[in-house]
Ligand binder design. Structure first.
Ligand SMILES: Cc1ncc(COP(=O)(O)O)c(C=O)c1O
Length: 399
């Protein structure tokens, strides 16, 4: 059957593809440690499951309001007020099927064909396809491993044209783990004000920072930042609820209302039972996150220590957020594996590691950086240790 040019132009999500490849190898009896998935291994906070069960027992089987149940919209608005002093109410919040749907809906709500939208590389895998589906023109501004993947405002200024309409920020970053310095965000928001750009701030890893690094909540930067930013978050990462598919966008009421109109013709909004669980998560005592963060921190340190000892792998500045490391592997290019694989790209390194090393990582090409691979440490410690040992052992077989 003939498919649309639109869908023919996009590739499958690389992270889901690697996860599926690892699962397929496992089902053939192969022993693979999967360090590809961006999925916390923990459990949601107390009260989440009970709230969802209660929702079912209350026979909440019907359509929910398209924009989200009032309790969840209120809980989300309250959380930003409590944590950041931001003046949001329920009308500033649209509940979506995960952060991913929020970002896709925003792309369709905001951009016209040919509007230029700035995205930093390395970028999260779905930003480009989502913007392309909306027929926006993606303008990629590179960040460098040597600078810890910090965006350079001068490069942003150079990328702005009369057609530029928006900019996508993601700090802490997937895949790099970089936490963007506040002063750089301020400079970028100054440019946004000067050129009247809409800012989308994907803050899905905001709770996950280490070493005293602080994630900046972009709308707190100034009254102007508050007025021009739409923030995206979800229960997925912070509350270990990736499969619940509850996310949201928060921002100016007109954008939220327009995105809600669009949502009324696409998903009709999120299931009541999932939203009931999400209310409990968002209202949970945040002390639940302390041990989660401590465990992630320890695992990040494990990655840093193990990978720094592997010749040909270069971690660069230590990532201070999210749960990924994104080391350079171009030091391995030119080498050959026992199975006859010539390593000449991150893709070939990932292919070698999964098939000959028994460990799944995501090649950097998926994020627009062909010198690196992404390793997720949101996995049980023993698995992580085993995966890191496998990487070191596999690299030692290269000639
Ligand atoms: C940077 C970033 N944004 C958005 C998402 C989407 O999250 P969700 O699972 O809530 O759709 C992810 C998930 O991997 C992500 O890493």
């Amino acid at each position: 059957m003939k498919l649309s040019d639109r869908v023919n132009a996009i590739e499958p999500s690389a992270t889901f593809a690697i996860k599926a490849a690892a699962a397929a190898l496992k089902s053939q009896g192969r022993d693979v440690v999967d360090l590809s998935a961006g999925e916390p291994d923990g459990a949601p906070p107390d009260g989440v499951v009970e709230a969802a069960v209660q929702s079912l027992q209350n026979a909440e089987h019907k359509y929910a309001p398209v924009a989200g149940v009032p309790e969840l919209r209120q809980a989300i608005a309250d959380s930003y007020r409590e944590q950041h002093g931001l003046d949001y109410g329920p009308a500033n919040v649209l509940v979506t099927f995960g952060g991913k749907q929020a970002l896709h809906t925003l792309a369709l709500t905001l951009w016209n064909p040919g509007d230029e939208v700035i995205v930093f590389s390395p970028y999260w895998v779905s930003y480009l396809p989502q913007l392309e589906l909306a027929e926006a023109t993606v303008v990629v501004v590179a960040t460098d491993p040597e600078q810890g993947f910090q965006p350079d405002p001068a490069r942003v200024a150079a990328a702005i044209t009369p057609r530029t309409r928006g900019i996508v920020l993601n700090s802490p970053s997937n895949p790099t783990g970089a936490v963007v310095e506040r002063s750089r965000l301020e400079a970028i928001l100054d440019l946004a004000r000067e050129h009247d750009l809409i800012v989308i701030s994907d803050e899905i890893y905001a709770a996950i920072t280490y070493d005293g690094a602080e994630s900046t909540c972009v709308p707190t930067l100034s009254a102007d930042a508050f007025a021009r930013t739409i923030m995206v978050d979800a229960v997925s990462k912070t509350y270990a609820m990736t499969g619940w598919r509850v996310g949201w966008m928060v921002g100016p009421k007109d954008v939220i209302a327009a995105a809600g109109t669009l949502q009324g013709h696409s998903t009709s909004g999120v299931c009541r039972v999932n939203q009931a669980g999400a209310v409990a998560a968002v209202r949970a005592d945040r002390s639940f996150f302390k041990p989660v963060l401590a465990a992630l921190h320890a695992r990040r340190d494990l990655c840093v220590e193990a990978l720094s000892a592997v010749p040909g792998i270069d971690l660069g500045p230590v990532p201070q957020g999210a749960f990924y490391v994104f080391p350079r592997v171009d030091g391995l290019f030119g080498k050959t594996s026992p199975g006859g694989r010539l390593l000449d790209s991150a893709m070939s390194v990932a292919d070698f590691l999964i098939h000959e090393g028994g460990v799944a990582v995501v090649p950097g090409e998926a994020f627009g950086e062909a010198r690196c691979v992404r390793i997720s440490y949101a996995i049980a410690r023993d698995q992580l240790v085993s995966g890191l040992e496998r990487i070191a052992a596999a690299v030692a077989t290269l000639v």
